[in-house]
Structures are given as structure tokens and as C-alpha cells.
Write a protein that binds this ligand. Structure first.
Ligand code: NAD
Length: 336
């Protein structure tokens, strides 16, 4: 097939799984990552090591914010598709390290858009987030809802990415698809996320911090469902009819946004109980107040995704969490 894809954030949780899938499907994958230490870089290196044996995989260590390195990358061989997943992720950390969010998620994203423009890339898919739905969004979150009240800088940079992509789709005709992921979990996951750190703490006999006294709901989405949704969207190039709810005057742009979420919000207390069952160990809980930047609930309306690709995530939490726990025990050994 000889179709070349650039996957940014390839050493990250979602990028790694996506690269594995596209390599298995016969794609040529150019991976990019800066291998930063936001969380354990060894986990990123171990993911990368799994990919590097594949003959159709190449890797470049580049920081998205490095304009000249990005220009050099896009001056090289053509990419048919770019799947842009690299970002400074995490809601809470954006209160501590705001500059890294603007560097990676805004400046870095501009370099991706400029590269796609220079190369006339056939389709840019980019990671957004459920966190763009802010203080005033109704549940379930629909892609037709206004999203103009972000409650964290992370959310604001993700929304900025959507708006920047729309402007490039409109100005230069680059087909763009935004992917609003909802709390993704699974094997090879992210140590900064609750399911991972709770597992570490429960097994280590430490208390787990539970914010808003547990009165939270999350639409936990299993990684394989995310990958299935993204791969089905790759050939679905948005046409000029693709919707853009915020600005009907721009409806000629080849631009679309999709929620990719399990559309089954789970109360945090039920989530903890399920994790306890998977681990066969009780959690000790430290009840804490609501954290700045957080939202109380997330819940994806996936009707647009279903209509576009006849698919919606549906892995039950118990099944997906058991896969994560089994992987965790294998990866870290059964020491704990
Ligand atoms: P991740 O942190 O595991 O992966 C991101 C990767 O990007 C990391 O390997 C990191 O080293 C790399 N990176 C970060 N900044 C970079 C830079 N400036 N230059 C080059 N590489 C850089 O996160 P993930 O969970 O795989 O998330 C992938 C994407 O999906 C991100 O854009 C994230 O914001 C978004 N997202 C994730 C979730 C989730 O629950 N995991 C939810 C919503 C949105």
C-alpha cells in the first residue's frame, strides 16, 4: 500500500497503540516524540522499543516547538496522513507548568499545521479532549454544543488547536479531523492518570486521593476502542459539508470534530470498586475537595461518530480495567 503516516507523540500511550495498529495494517509509520519526562521516560522508551523492530517504522526525536526541526521534517518525504497526538497532557499539571502547554499545544501545533500546508497533506487528524467542554456544557456533551468556557489552561490550548485547525482547513483546504478523547485507559497507559496511580497506590498500601469527595463521573474509554475509532476516521476525509457548529459562515472548510468516548459515565466510587475487584484488594481513600480546573462529569454523545463510521466505543469498564491490571502486573512484576 505504501501509505505514509506521521504519528506525533508516538512514544505516548495512544500514539504507541495507534502505531502498532497501523503497522499491522501495512502502513509506513514515521514516529515523532521528544520523550520528555512529564512521566516516567522509561515507559516511553519501552513502548518505543516495541515499535522499533518493525521494518516499516522510523523514529525521530524532535520537539514540536522546535520550528527549524519541524520545517526540516516536513521538507523531507511526503506524508499522506498526519495523526497529531503529541501534546502536553494533563489538566492539573497545567496549573503548575502553563508555559509547556502553550509551547507544545499551541506553538507546536502551529508547526504541524504549517508542515501540513507545505506538504499538502491529505488528512490531518489531531487529538483534542473532552476537557474542551467546560463549565456551561450540558450532559451528554455533543459536538454541536458551544465550547467557549474552558476551565483549565490545558482545555484552552486544546480548544485553541481546534480553532487553529479550522482556520487552516478554511484557508488552505487541508482536511482536518479533531478527535475529542474521553478519559482513555488501558495497558501501557499513563502513570499520571487516576486508574494508573490508584493501582500503584492500592498495591503499595497507600491511600488514594479522591477529589470532590468522590462526587465525580468519568466516561472511561478503553484504548482499543479509541484506536478503532481513529483508524476508521482516517479515510473519512471531511468534505465541505462537514459541520462546524460555532461558525456557519465557515461551513465550506473540510473540517470535522468527533467525540470518542464510551458514552457510559461511571461514578468515581463505582470505578474504585471495580478496580478493587480487578486487583482483589481494598483501597484506602483520602477524601478531598474539588480541584481547580476539573469538571464534575464527562459523558460523550457519540451520535456523530456512529453516523460517520458506524462505530462507537463499548468495552465494559470491568473488562478493560482487568486488561490494564493484568498488563500492570506483567510489566512491573508481581513484586507488589
Ligand atoms: P501521552 O503523554 O502518553 O503522549 C503524548 C506524547 O507526546 C508523549 O510521549 C510526549 O513525550 C510527547 N510530547 C509531548 N510534548 C511534546 C513536544 N513538545 N514535542 C514532541 N513530543 C511531545 O498522552 P496520551 O494519553 O497518549 O495522549 C495523546 C493525545 O491525546 C494528547 O494530545 C492528549 O492531550 C490527548 N488526550 C488524551 C486523553 C487520555 O485520556 N489519555 C484524553 C483526552 C485527550
Amino acid at each position: 500500500m505504501d501509505t505514509r503516516v506521521l504519528i506525533t507523540g508516538v512514544a505516548g500511550f495512544i500514539g504507541f497503540h495507534l502505531a502498532r495498529r497501523l503497522l499491522a495494517d501495512g502502513w509506513i509509520v514515521q514516529g515523532l516524540d521528544n520523550l520528555n519526562d512529564y512521566y516516567d521516560p522509561n515507559l516511553k522508551k519501552d513502548r518505543l522499543a516495541q515499535l522499533e523492530g518493525h521494518p516499516a517504522f522510523q523514529f525521530k526525536k524532535i520537539d514540536l516547538a522546535d520550528r527549524s526541526a519541524m520545517e526540516t521534517l516536513f521538507a523531507g518525504p511526503h506524508f499522506d496522513v498526519v495523526i497529531h497526538l503529541a501534546a502536553q497532557a494533563g489538566v492539573r499539571y497545567s496549573l503548575q507548568a502553563p508555559h509547556s502547554y502553550v509551547d507544545s499545544n499551541v506553538t507546536g501545533f502551529l508547526h504541524i499545521l504549517e508542515g501540513c500546508r507545505a506538504q499538502k497533506v491529505g488528512h490531518l487528524l489531531f487529538a483534542s479532549s473532552s476537557s474542551v467542554y467546560g463549565a456551561n456544557s450540558q450532559l451528554p456533551y455533543s459536538v454541536h454544543d458551544p465550547v467557549d468556557h474552558p476551565v483549565s489552561l490545558y482545555a484552552a490550548t486544546k480548544r485553541a488547536g481546534e480553532l487553529m485547525a479550522h482556520s487552516y482547513a478554511h484557508l488552505y483546504g487541508i482536511p482536518c479531523t479533531g478527535l475529542r478523547f474521553f478519559t482513555v485507559y488501558g495497558p501501557w497507559g499513563r502513570p499520571d492518570m487516576a486508574y494508573f496511580s490508584f493501582t500503584q497506590k492500592i498495591l503499595g498500601g497507600e491511600k488514594i486521593p479522591v477529589f470532590n469527595h468522590g462526587k465525580m463521573q468519568r466516561d472511561f474509554t478503553y484504548i482499543d476502542d479509541i484506536i478503532e475509532g481513529v483508524t476508521r476516521l482516517v479515510p473519512k476525509i471531511p468534505g465541505p459539508q462537514a459541520f462546524w457548529p460555532a461558525d456557519p459562515a465557515s461551513s465550506a472548510a473540510p473540517f470535522q470534530i468527533h467525540n470518542i468516548g464510551n458514552h457510559t459515565p461511571v461514578a468515581l466510587t463505582d470505578f474504585i470498586q471495580t478496580l478493587e475487584e480487578c486487583l482483589d484488594k481494598k483501597a484506602e481513600i483520602e477524601w478531598l475537595p474539588m480541584q481547580d480546573g476539573d469538571v464534575v462529569a464527562t459523558y460523550a454523545d457519540v451520535s456523530a461518530l456512529q453516523e460517520a463510521v458506524a462505530f462507537a466505543p463499548d468495552t465494559p469498564l470491568r473488562t478493560g480495567l482487568q486488561h490494564f491490571v493484568d498488563w500492570y502486573r506483567r510489566y512491573y512484576g508481581n513484586a507488589q
